[in-house]
Ligand binder design. Structure first.
Ligand code: NAP
Ligand code: GLV
Length: 309
């Protein structure tokens, strides 16, 4: 019996090494080089091709190779009787906190302006408010959002969150549901999207949302490209409702060569690298879930398929 890694066009040798470091006897196969599909009991997937999961009649568990599961939930050919798990990983949280902190500080300390000034040979101090005067709103206070909010708060930022259900995170105010979205948005000078992609959250970063923010809010989208209505972002940047955006995720990835975001002077782009799963860090829970799946035990980090994340 074996585990299949299904991650097209990617060298996954570091994954194989990390899984073997946790369990040297584990049989790992890398799609499409699968010996006998009947032996595959566990599928570890990222960007898997449609219908591939149907090739394995004895699957006991399907795991996302990341935190998000929209790629699996949106696959209408996925066998729905097989439990679905995802990664909840300290490495993913830390790496996301680094990225968001960088985005917040770059914006707040006006580094874009200083880069331009360096190009122009201009020596000029930019005025900035005290950090506590900048409201940072985190949309999505789950495993990653909560961690990021805590790190920003420890650093002295004025941070608050928004989630589906009410919750408490240390001293950080958390708004919940559509009823409290307005209260949340109107304080956010920096808006960070860390929501899962679901039918309710798709296109949530749109003109209507932007117009409920204070003028000149800075947007950081590190969740999924389909959260953002791209034309609405361009309009909001043009009108000044948003002052800029740091985008890590896009509706189409890689971002097409002629996409207007590439050359927009108020948009910073990274290629979906805000928080990349580290095989060494994540392998332990995958091997543990493989063991649990084989023994019919409760799996770690089960996805609430009905809830959509
Ligand atoms: P998670 O633990 O499932 O947390 C999701 C959060 O979003 C929860 O707080 C949830 O509310 C909230 N939420 C869900 N639907 C909502 C709605 N309709 N309205 C308001 N809040 C809603 O997810 P996670 O592990 O933190 O990961 C979040 C996302 O980050 C992933 O799904 C993935 O898309 C993205 N991500 C991106 C990268 C990257 O490199 N760019 C890396 C890792 C993850 P409740 O708490 O009330 O359930
Ligand atoms: C990355 O985007 C993830 O969901 O882990």
């Amino acid at each position: 019996m074996s585990l299949a890694i299904i991650y097209p066009n990617k060298d996954v040798s570091n994954w194989v090494t990390a899984l073997h470091a946790c369990d040297p006897k584990l049989k790992v196969e890398v799609w499409p080089e699968i010996g006998n599909p009947e032996e595959i009991e566990f599928a570890l997937c990222w960007n898997h091709p449609a219908a591939v999961l149907q090739q394995f009649p004895n699957l006991k568990c399907i795991s996302s190779l990341g935190a998000g599961v929209n790629h699996l939930l949106n696959d209408s050919t996925r066998p729905t009787n097989i439990p679905l798990v995802r990664l909840v990983d300290d490495g993913l949280k830390q790496s996301m906190a680094e990225y968001v902190m960088l985005g917040v500080l770059e914006h707040f300390r006006r580094f874009q302006d200083y880069r331009q000034q360096q190009t122009d040979g201009e020596w000029k101090e930019q005025q900035i408010p005290h950090m506590s005067e900048i409201g940072i709103g985190i949309m999505g206070c789950g495993e990653i959002g909560r961690y990021v909010a805590n790190k920003l708060s420890e650093f002295g930022c004025n941070v608050f969150g928004w989630s589906r259900s009410p919750k408490e995170i240390n001293n950080i105010p958390v708004y919940s549901g559509n009823d409290e979205l307005d209260k949340f948005l109107k304080k956010a000078n920096i808006l960070v999207c860390l929501l899962p992609l679901t039918p309710e959250t798709e296109n949530i970063l749109n003109t209507q949302t932007f117009n409920r923010l204070p003028p000149k809010t800075y947007l950081i989208n590190v969740a999924r490209g389909f959260h953002l209505v791209e034309e609405d972002l361009l309009l909001a940047l043009e009108s000044g409702q948003l002052s800029g955006a740091l985008l890590d995720v896009f509706r189409e990835e890689p971002l097409p060569k002629h996409h207007p975001f590439w050359s927009h002077n108020k948009i910073t782009i990274t290629p979906h690298v805000a928080s990349v799963t580290n095989p060494k860090s994540a392998a332990v829970q995958i091997v543990e879930n493989y063991r649990r799946a084989q023994n019919g035990e409760t799996l770690l980090n089960l996805v609430n398929v009905e809830g959509g994340y």
